[in-house]
Design a protein around this ligand. Structure first.
Ligand code: HEC
Length: 274
């Protein structure tokens, strides 16, 4: 039980980005605010308008929280910048200002909904919703990428939908590629990837699973579970599996398909210290 609680705390505080959790608040509150203001218009009901006001005020507060956690996670989890981070910071800033202005204006002038400024007021709800929708979409790009629409194929059953694959083409082949170009080099190709993407958790102060990826010798010594590399057999190596199944790096963006494939090819070519 204690072990479970410890793992839970570890996962909540160190593994899961808090931003992903926080973003649902502005999305839900801004959407609810628009819903209630429209209902208030249709029903000519002041109570519904008050609910809309409460929602947009909370949306402003939660936008601030989502923005700050996004900024923090961006600097702690990513090497470099998360996709679209600059655009999202600008849009989040505009969303925060818009929702805050609506809330303050309505708070200072309780009769705003019945004033001549009514359309500007309701327009603000629409604008906030549009902003949060774009932000939510850009956030989704971190997880699922942005893909070209698949070409319509005559082989598909009529009316069938071809879904884009999540994550940029994770079609990593476990078998050796048919014409290994010049052969993958450990020191020139593999080690730089490990050093930039893996050794913050597998080396130095923190050595997850006792797997040290800072050098060839340390890596071949394996983890606390034994060897992680079976030369010539990426599919059955723990390291190959971790990359084929896209489990590593544990946090943040996975390796690009090209980098993952390089390491897989290197294992299949015999995992040489070359
Ligand atoms: C953010 C920390 C982190 C990063 C970065 C990371 N790992 Fe891991 N790795 C872990 C943790 C934690 C485990 C323990 C298993 C688990 O939680 O899935 C693990 C387990 C593994 C295992 C399985 C070891 C075993 O004995 O089961 C392999 C192989 C591995 N990592 C390879 C890599 C590679 C290759 C990279 C870089 C591409 C990488 N890891 C980057 C945290 C990380």
């Amino acid at each position: 039980m204690m072990e479970f609680i410890n793992s839970l705390i570890y996962n909540l505080t160190e593994v899961h980005p808090i931003h992903t959790l926080m973003v649902h608040f502005p999305i839900a509150l801004t959407s609810a605010a628009l819903f209630f203001i429209l209902l208030a218009l249709v029903r000519r009901n002041d109570t519904l308008e008050q609910i809309a006001f409460a929602n947009i005020a909370l949306a402003a507060v939660s936008t601030l929280a989502a923005g700050l956690t996004g900024y923090m996670d961006n600097s702690s989890i990513y090497d470099g910048e998360a996709p679209n981070s600059a655009a999202k910071m600008v849009l989040a800033g505009v969303l925060f200002v818009t929702t805050t202005l609506i809330a303050i204006a309505r708070w200072r002038q309780p009769g705003l909904f019945h004033s001549s400024m009514r359309f500007v007021y309701v327009g603000g709800y629409f604008a906030s919703f549009a902003l949060v929708a774009v932000l939510g979409f850009l956030g989704g790009v971190i997880l699922y990428g942005f893909h070209e629409a698949p070409m319509a194929s005559t082989e598909d059953a009529p009316g069938s939908v071809v879904y884009a694959q999540p994550l940029e083409t994770p079609t990593l082949v476990a078998a050796p590629t048919e014409t290994p170009l010049a052969g993958v080099s450990f020191s020139l190709d593999v080690l730089p990837i490990l050093k930039s993407r893996c050794t913050n958790c597998h080396g130095g102060d923190k050595i997850e699973e006792d797997l040290d990826l800072t050098s060839y010798a340390a890596m071949m010594a394996g983890s606390k579970n034994g060897p992680v590399i079976i030369p010539g057999d990426a599919e059955n190596s723990l390291m190959g599996k971790a990359l084929i199944e896209r489990e590593m790096p544990k946090r943040g963006p996975k390796l690009s398909p090209k980098d993952a494939q390089l390491i897989i090819d290197w294992i299949n070519e015999g995992a040489l210290d070359n």
